[in-house]
Design a binder for this molecule. Sequence first.
Ligand code: NAI
Ligand code: MG
Length: 337
Amino acid sequence: MGVNLCVIEGDGIGREIIPAAVQILHVVAPQVNVVVAEAGWDTFERQGSALPDETMQLAVDCGAVLFGAAASPSYPVDGYAVPIVRLRRQLQTYASLRPTNYLPVPTARDGVDLIVVRENTEDLYIGHEYTADNGHTGISEKVITRRATERVARKTYELARAAGRHKVTIVHKASVLLQSDGLFRKVALEVGAAYPDILTDELLVDTAAYWMVKDPSRFDMLLTPNLYGDILSDMAAAWGGGLGLAPSLSLGDGVALAEPVHGCAPDIAGQNIANPTAAILSLALLLRHHWGMHEAASQIENAVRVTLAAGFHTADIHFDGALSTQAYTDRVCMNLG
Ligand code: NAI
Ligand code: MG
């Protein structure tokens, strides 16, 4: 059996940026067999499920997924569950890696080189929500467990070691949320103590947000519960040059889920103007960290860097001289070397 990748475009610009990443994949790793599956709002409207059983099975069988984005309503819809959240939980991809490195675009900040590691299976995302008081009170349960914190913390320190990074900052709000974030802090510090070669420090999440804006170069790796990681990684993405450039990879024990940080961008969908870089760099993360194809990963990252440094870009980076999604992807392809 060869190497299989389950590809889910999803909604909106997912249908533009994921084909771009697949185009790159076919060049750098033609041996990878692409299996197409569907999920998202359109799928929900057609099939009554945003993540059909068949898609889930293909994702599990492949053990590696490239996911675009799905449109999710901001109000309850009977039978609708956010597909990416379900995928992360079912595949138990418990650690989401969200790196921000400087890229040669005017909107990026020089000197930034950090990785947010976001716990990916619990916190407020477990979906235990209900109303009381005849709908006048909304309640969401925040759950933090020792087991999930231990495994994401261990993964963070192992990655720090493997990547030659020197510091992990544990982010929490243990000063107020004594039971949940207090446990996250305690367990993360315990795990960190077993890695004396890596410096461990901690910040309250509001202070971390302050420093993320004020001086992001003070961060190396950040270890956070689910929701704080969601927010801080979008903030970090701004320093990397914007959401269109921000990749992520969710890792578990033996499975991986590559996904751009951004959503399905309905405001620009269908116009062939979306930036495919985040999806392309997510693919590079998958090649490096999941399949150990380091050369192919570097080939992609270098091609993106060279393309941007030469001034080729999509409209989110700079309106003047912007290329279409397809033309930009072709440029990256030409620079793969
Ligand atoms: P968004 O990330 O889709 O868009 C935010 C802004 O950034 C928009 O102005 C958009 O045009 C721009 N943008 C994002 N990606 C871009 C790209 N590759 N190239 C150029 N511009 C880009 O976030 P928003 O608008 O809050 O959410 C839209 C929908 O996406 C919602 O339905 C939300 O639920 C969904 N979403 C899905 C995610 C997923 O499935 N993983 C993650 C985040 C949001
Ligand atoms: Mg997010």
